[in-house]
Design a protein around this ligand. Sequence first.
Ligand code: PLP
Length: 315
Amino acid sequence: MPIQKTEKIWHNGTWINWDDATLHVASHVVSYGSAVFEGIRCYDTKQGPAIFRLREHMQRLVNSAKIYRMELAYSMEQFCNVATELVRRNKLNACYVKPIVLRGYGDAGVNPLTSPIECYMACWPWGAYLGKDANTKGVEVCISSWTRIAPNTLPAMSKAAANYMNSQLIRMEASFNGYTEGIALDSSGYLSEGSGMNIFLVHDGTVYTPPLAASVLPGITRASVMTLCEDFGIPVKEQVIPREMLYIADEVFFAGTAVEICPIRSVDRIAVGKGQPGAITKRLQEEFYALTTGTKPDRHHWLTPCNVPVAAGTR
Ligand SMILES: Cc1ncc(COP(=O)(O)O)c(C=O)c1O
């Protein structure tokens, strides 16, 4: 999916043209991957564009920055207001909103503390991440030979650019071997997550997902899926999961902003259940779309409409 240029990008408190959002090649982030970011979906609802779980995403951005000692000049609420204004200014409905905080042009060398912090936010139209039929038919995935970042190496709870070098290895290997995605195991050999998405499985009516200690990103879609399971009275267990549980699961699915809720129909060419999206996956997916697109009342207050400015501290 090529990025579609839009009109305006926010940079450190000002609105600049898309083509002016450039960086010097000697910026710290270019050599050392020193950036934290978010990926957020804005949905087209009857009430106009609305951003899904905006505050939770911006809180994670602030947390990611804090882990890397990046001092922010903006609060979570300010970032939320920028996001809604960004969508309004670019006159978009459904789109992807990407705030990024990076270390810019300053001193040479690894020490990041003397390079300036730059904040940007852009948005652009965005469709299905794993192909147009992925969410209806399901995808074929493999276990990656690459292990997820180990504890105390790169912090998995921070959505940092550098983590995505590991993700790229997982994703490239899967593509070269003819799979849509790869699933990484953690450094102890237990299930972790996909290259840019969390994973769930269903076994005997219970939904399972790996814990944060398995080097997963604390996904906002992951948390939403867990809430929907609670709403439906479906038991959810966050626990260490051995690889082979994927092969005997009744259902397996990915969850993430990009993939939304995406059924997995085989793992390492072993069919998941009957090799088709399962009933629990479909029920969660249906409810997720009903809530994100506003066709059902927003009972969890997950949507922030963009057509009205957001007051500080409110949705
Ligand atoms: C590595 C990784 N895990 C999980 C997720 C899912 O997180 P979220 O649902 O907040 O998008 C993402 C997407 O941002 C990701 O990059």
